[in-house]
Design a protein around this ligand. Structure first.
Ligand code: CO8
Length: 260
């Protein structure tokens, strides 16, 4: 895979994807979004990859948003197409069937906050700032932010952030449930890698089904969602990993999962 604006590193079953445009605080332009789309598709289909860490280059930013230079000259139809294209890429992140951990190492604003919200788990440096400042540009979020933010932190808090455009600290983001954990800045990446490695060692089919049950189930009425959960439970019951997991428990040893 050849990329100009992404760095991709492999550490056993973990892939570390770094958005690499530090001069513009890793702003997402069309080319970078397209690279992210290709990278996510490849990592989705690579069975050796079981978890992904997504972060930004440099110490200042995770992603400071969509590239405002591109937004400034956007036409109405172009804007709509651009939003749909970005939403598709972020849906790929959310639906890859493997945990994607956002290591929020600095500003996560606008499209950057939206990208973090498409990830499975958000870890933040204590120096990070998060927000949806589109309102300050006379815009609204266009990469799913109005929807994912309200689903993650609730309608009232989401509306306050969206309407004020305020940046909040990592500690405040943790308090309202926007990030899962806060690390001293120097320890963030190691923490994200360790979490990814620990998730990568778990039964991949069960991981995939948990992600699908929660992701799709939340969009369904409860009875239907529980039916979906039961179907996935039935499917996971047929895996070799289920047999290995239960057998290892009874034999008082650590299970070795193969993803089958
Ligand atoms: N786009 C393009 N360039 C950017 C961006 C960005 N989002 N953010 C920063 N940069 C550039 C700056 O222009 C500057 O470039 P230069 O050195 O050439 O002047 C460089 O990065 C460094 O930035 P600053 O000098 O501004 O650094 P500061 O430390 O002073 O400030 C901030 C840091 C507070 C993060 C500030 O850069 C900032 O406010 N950035 C913009 C944040 C923002 O508004 N983000 C939301 C953008 S809109 C969006 O994301 C919509 C998503 C949905 C789109 C849907 C499709 C249509």
């Amino acid at each position: 895979m050849a990329f100009h604006n992404l760095l991709i590193e492999r550490d056993e079953a973990v892939a570390i994807v770094t958005i690499n445009r530090p001069k513009v605080l890793n702003a997402l332009d069309t080319a970078t979004l397209d690279e992210l789309r290709r990278a996510m598709l490849e990592l989705t289909h690579d069975e050796a990859v079981r978890a992904v860490v997504l972060t930004g280059a440099g110490e200042k930013a995770f992603v400071a948003g969509a590239d405002i230079k591109e937004l400034a000259v956007m036409t109405p139809t172009g804007g709509r197409e651009h939003a749909i294209r970005g939403q598709h890429v972020f849906d790929l992140v959310e639906q890859m069937g493997k945990p994607v951990i956002a290591a929020i190492n600095g500003f996560a604003l606008g499209g950057g906050c939206e990208l973090a919200m498409a990830c499975t788990i958000r870890l933040a440096a204590d120096t990070a700032k998060l927000g949806q400042p589109e309102i300050n540009l006379g815009l609204i979020p266009g990469y799913g932010g109005t929807q994912r933010l309200a689903r993650i932190v609730g309608k009232g808090r989401a509306l306050e952030l969206l309407l004020s455009g305020d940046q909040i600290t990592a500690q405040e983001a943790h308090r309202i449930g926007l990030v899962n954990r806060v690390f001293p800045a120097g320890e963030l990446l190691a923490g994200a890698r360790a979490l990814a490695a620990s998730l990568a060692a778990r039964a991949p089919v069960a991981i995939h089904y948990i992600l699908e049950a929660v992701g799709k189930g939340l969009e369904m009425p409860l009875a239907q969602a529980q039916g979906f959960e039961a179907t996935l439970f039935g499917l996971v019951s047929s895996t070799e990993d289920m047999r290995e997991g239960t057998k290892a428990f009874l034999e008082k040893r650590k299970p070795v999962f193969q993803g089958r």
